[in-house]
Design a protein around this ligand. Structure first.
Ligand code: CP
Ligand code: NVA
Length: 310
């Protein structure tokens, strides 16, 4: 493994995660504090799947740190067809201070990170089938902005036990947030992710009934029922997830004031109703904006560690 990389939230230790969140919040409030940590350097981002938030937030983060962002679609570099991902990473490491990628198969990120380990160039996960840690940083940042402190808060994740749920659960465990997962049978978060979160000291509960799951929580989180790459399963998934829509009734079942979070893109009328997504409890646009602040703070953390490591 490449120790400089960021493939899931727990690639940062607790202190580094806290620094990343606090710096992101501070620089959002006062952008005059932003340091040109990538001055004269480049950051590359490769995309095997579509992206709006991740691509633009990464590019903006690199640019506002004084660096030059280069985004590449998988098909334009022949990712895995014209050249192996490892060889592409080796090449990019000659030009770039950081290499980021959104891939179908998480193992590809491991291959890329291993290929550039000796050069200590960080590889950043911009979403894989398994995890979405840059999203989790923005989610934690958003909740911290609202609550001041994360310790002891409780978040219900309702829906597919997917990449977003995995990184959220690990990030929550590291910051003292309790998580209750509510998914239909067969779509639960992998046991090994739950075990990892518990090993990090996290409290992770599972409650199949979403109305029970949300009772008393501080935030309700959901994501799409069909992730990128699963399109052929969408009819079966719509049928399986019908009872897991986040609607006004489910938000009422919280029995108090809670936030609503969604990584976006959202499908109004599927995993969430328009009334909730566009309603007063929703913080989804703040989450989306925070992708840039979180990414920028992460990049500073990674390149600083890279420089200190020699
Ligand atoms: N939330 C998120 O990752 O959005 P994009 O897929 O648009 O990058
Ligand atoms: N779970 C979704 C997240 C998109 C940001 C997907 O992988 O498509």
């Amino acid at each position: 493994m490449n120790p400089a990389s960021f493939l899931d939230v727990d690639d940062l230790d607790h202190a580094a995660l806290e620094r990343v969140l606090d710096r992101a919040i501070a620089w959002k409030a006062d952008p005059s504090g932003v340091q040109p940590a990538l001055s004269g350097r480049a950051g590359a981002a490769l995309f095997e799947k579509p992206s709006t938030r991740t691509r633009v937030s990464f590019e903006t983060a690199v640019a506002t740190l004084g660096g030059h962002p280069v985004s590449l679609r998988g098909d334009e570099v022949g990712f895995g067809t014209r050249e192996t991902p490892a060889d592409i990473a080796r090449t990019l490491a000659g030009y770039c201070a950081v290499i980021a990628a959104r891939v179908f198969d998480h193992a590809v990120l491991d291959e890329m990170a291993a290929a550039v380990e000796e050069r200590r160039v960080p590889v950043v996960n911009l979403l894989s089938d398994a995890t979405h840690p840059c999203q989790a940083l923005a989610d934690l940042m958003t909740m911290k902005e609202h609550w001041g402190s994360l310790e002891g808060r409780r978040v219900a994740y309702v829906g597919d036990g997917n990449n977003v749920a995995a990184s959220l659960t690990v990030g929550a465990a590291m910051t003292g947030i309790e998580v209750v997962l509510s998914s239909p049978s067969g779509y639960e978060l992998d046991d090994h992710v739950i075990a990892r979160a518990r090993n990090l000291g996290g409290i992770v509960d599972q409650e199949q009934d979403p109305h029970e799951a949300v009772r008393g929580v501080d935030a309700v989180y959901t994501d799409v029922w069909t992730s990128m790459g699963q399109e052929e399963e969408s009819a079966a998934r719509r049928a399986a997830f019908g009872a897991y829509q986040v609607d006004d009734q489910l938000m009422d079942a919280v029995g108090g004031k809670s936030l609503f979070l969604h990584c976006l893109p959202a499908h109004r009328g599927e995993e969430v109703t328009a009334s909730v997504l566009d309603g007063p409890q929703s913080v989804v646009w703040q989450q989306a904006e925070n992708r840039m602040h979180a990414a920028r703070s992460l990049l500073v953390e990674l390149v600083t560690a890279q420089q200190e490591g020699g």
